[in-house]
Design a protein around this ligand. Structure first.
Ligand code: GUN
Length: 296
């Protein structure tokens, strides 16, 4: 039997709808307009598309959106000056510096400079550390979106075997940490993992975040498992055009899995929705508003 397809577009529309309602309450009841600033350095085409989509979704939710573009020749000092200005700007609650940055700029130095309470990416070590020890933190958007989809589909995750393939700071490590917080038994697999197919076959929840097109095959998937595919890879087609595929071989995996996220239309749309949700969280914390009480 073919797997249930987890529709990230439909789910992200619901999250965005909730965010728009929260924005309306923040404006009406607390006179706060949540503001998100996105900084783009250089002309990377994929980054330009992401930033345009983020800007569009922010405005659509009723928030203030500020887009700052710097040339790819910008110095680290120039980027840090922008971040410092945004840290001081009371109309901005979330700051996102689009990665990757040009080689002359130290990404860690830039992330470190973002005020942790405005770090809607959740990349600052203060947020990473707070999340790891169970304190309130800003959580990276993609893993937050994955957990929301898993909880929506599976309910309680406790006791499930979760395998995360990939150990990046942006997805793999925070994903594993969030799954552990939900009381999963978590394995992080990576390029040096021995018998990777066997490790994957033990997973009730399999999260693929390696950045290798269609690496994870259907016979690596435990029957009935829930598969979350974080990969977005562009590969050539026979007609000379390109198509998007995930890190999972969808056609074979969907015949074995219980549920699976497609690419495109799975995790991707959830990331922007969670960025908006994180901006609400940041605005509430900065203005001392109870986020859980917003829609009551
Ligand atoms: N580039 C690719 N994904 C991301 C992300 O989630 N945040 C930022 N800042 N840059 C990215």
């Amino acid at each position: 039997m073919s797997a249930h397809i987890i529709d990230g577009r439909e789910f992200s529309a619901k999250v965005k709808d909730t965010v728009a309602k929260q924005v309306a309450v923040l404006k009406d009841k607390y006179q706060v307009t949540p503001g998100l600033a996105v900084v783009l350095v250089g002309e990377d085409p994929a980054s330009q598309v992401y930033v345009r989509n983020k800007n569009h979704s922010t405005v659509e939710a009723g928030m203030k959106s500020e887009e700052i573009k710097l040339p790819d020749t910008a110095t680290e000092e120039e980027v840090l000056a922008v971040v410092n200005r945004l840290n001081e700007d009371d109309s901005i609650h979330g700051i996102l510096v689009q990665l990757p940055l040009p080689d002359q700029i130290d990404e860690t130095a830039v992330i470190d400079a973002i005020s942790p309470e405005k770090d809607v990416d959740g990349f600052h070590v203060i947020n990473t550390g707070r999340q790891a020890v169970g304190l309130p933190a800003m959580v990276p958007c993609t893993p937050r979106g994955c957990i929301m989809m898993l909880q929506d589909y599976l309910g309680d995750l406790s006791g499930l075997n979760a395998v995360v393939v990939g150990r990046s700071n942006i997805v793999g490590k925070p994903m594993a940490s969030l799954l552990l917080e939900q009381s999963c038994t978590v394995t992080i697999a990576h390029s040096r993992t021995k018998d990777l197919p066997d490790v994957c076959r033990r997973a009730d929840i399999l999260v693929a975040a390696v950045g290798r097109p269609e690496m994870i095959k259907g016979d690596w998937v435990k029957p009935g498992a829930t598969v979350i595919d974080v990969g977005i890879n562009r590969i050539p087609k026979e007609d000379g055009k390109t198509r998007l595929v995930g890190d999972v071989e969808f056609e074979t995996a969907k015949e074995v899995a219980g549920a699976i996220t497609p690419v495109p239309g799975g995790v991707g749309p959830m990331t922007i929705a969670c960025l908006l949700a994180n901006t609400i969280t940041a605005a509430c914390r900065i203005h001392d508003v109870d986020e859980d009480g917003l829609l009551l």
